[in-house]
Ligand binder design. Sequence first.
Ligand SMILES: Cc1cc2nc3c(=O)[nH]c(=O)nc-3n(C[C@H](O)[C@H](O)[C@H](O)COP(=O)(O)O)c2cc1C
Length: 105
Amino acid sequence: MGDKTITDNFRCDHGIAAQSILLGARELGLGGCMIASIHQRNLRGCLNIDPNHEVLLVIAIGKPVETVVLESTPVDGNIRYWRDSNGVHHVPKRSLDEIIVSTYR
Ligand SMILES: Cc1cc2nc3c(=O)[nH]c(=O)nc-3n(C[C@H](O)[C@H](O)[C@H](O)COP(=O)(O)O)c2cc1C
C-alpha cells in the first residue's frame, strides 16, 4: 500500500518492493505473484484499510504445488502457459536477447 500522507505519487516504488518480497519468498521455498487487477472497494472493506492508504499491488504467496518448467517461446511467438497430461505447467519465456534493447554497437 502507498501512504498518501507521504505522497500521492508512488511511481515504481511498489513494484521494486514487490519484486524484493517475491525474491525473498522464493528464497524461503515459497512461490507467489503480483496482482494489480483488484476490486479496490471490496478489498478495502474486507481488510478495513484506512483512507490514507492506497492499495497499489496485492501479492499472493503460498507453497508451490505444481511442477513448473520454463522454456523458450515457440517459433510462432505464443507465450500462453499450458499443462501437459502429467499436470506439468509449461511457461514459455522470451529470451534475454529478445527483451533487452541494446544501443551499443
Ligand atoms: C505489476 C504487475 C501486476 C500484475 N497484475 C496481475 C493481475 O492483476 N492478474 C494476473 O493474473 N497477473 C498479474 N500479473 C502477472 C503475474 O504476477 C505474474 O508475473 C505472471 O503470471 C508471470 O508469472 P511468472 O513470471 O512466474 O511466470 C502482474 C504482474 C506484474 C509485474
